[in-house]
Design a binder for this molecule. Structure first.
Ligand code: ZN
Ligand code: FE
Length: 230
């Protein structure tokens, strides 16, 4: 069953996402960098907000949360580990292995610590979508603030085992810079060169580069390289 997904640009390079289970009509927002663009997107599309999901506690992901929650009193779901450092109280604290539902869509919780400890990714298996916040990013990964490189690698390894058709949605539009860095490591990687061309086109048109498959990520993201560069 497909999942409806809207990418909502916020601040200078952040993304929030609105997702909707088409069968029940229930929508969720993932991260709240800013309130106004999220409310505008929900209203414009006539979506009803049933849940607010938070990937991690950094201000650029939660500073719109308080006002969003005041405007629409949907339950807030986030990491148990972040409960003490979020601007609003969690209605549901979750951790690795937990699952809940948005309408008829199951949502699986992954602990993807590295950028922060207790950082979460939300996986919608029915919708083939993965919301990674600042863990796995398009052709890159989040910077290590609280965790170690080993933790980040462990987190990425977990996500890499998901079905290759899974579409990746991360918290930032860092794709162009990531691609340029990736090319310094694998200058001959044909998939990477093709992808750079494709994303340059998207960015020139002001379009987000989110929603590419995990399969493409495995072929072009140097942080997902399981062996020596191809
Ligand atoms: Zn962050
Ligand atoms: Fe961030």
């Amino acid at each position: 069953m497909p999942l409806d997904i809207l990418t909502i640009p916020c601040l200078s390079d952040n993304y929030a996402y609105a997702v909707r289970d088409p069968e029940s009509g229930e929508a969720a927002v993932i991260d709240a960098p800013e309130t106004a663009p999220i409310l505008r997107t929900l209203a414009f599309n006539g979506w009803s907000l049933y849940q607010i999901l938070i990937t991690h506690h950094h201000p650029d992901h939660v500073q719109g949360l308080d006002l969003l929650h005041q405007a629409i009193e949907a339950p807030v779901i986030g990491a148990k580990a972040d409960a003490h450092r979020l601007p609003v109280q969690l209605d549901l604290g979750v951790e690795e292995g937990d699952a809940f539902a948005l309408g008829f869509q199951p949502v699986h919780v992954y602990d993807v610590s590295g950028h922060t400890n207790g950082h979460l990714a939300y996986y919608f298996p029915e919708g083939d979508a993965l919301f990674t916040g600042d863990s796995l990013m398009v052709m890159g990964c989040g910077r290590l603030f609280e965790g170690t490189a080993e933790q980040m690698w462990e987190s990425l390894t977990k996500l890499m085992e998901l079905p290759p058709r899974t579409r990746i949605y991360s918290g930032h539009e860092y794709t162009l810079a990531n691609a340029k860095f990736a090319l310094t490591i694998e200058p001959e990687n044909k998939a990477l060169l093709d992808r750079l061309e494709q994303i340059s086109r998207l960015r020139k048109a002001g379009e987000p580069t989110m929603g590419a498959t995990l399969e493409l990520e495995l072929a072009t993201n140097p942080f997902c390289a399981q062996t020596a560069p191809r």
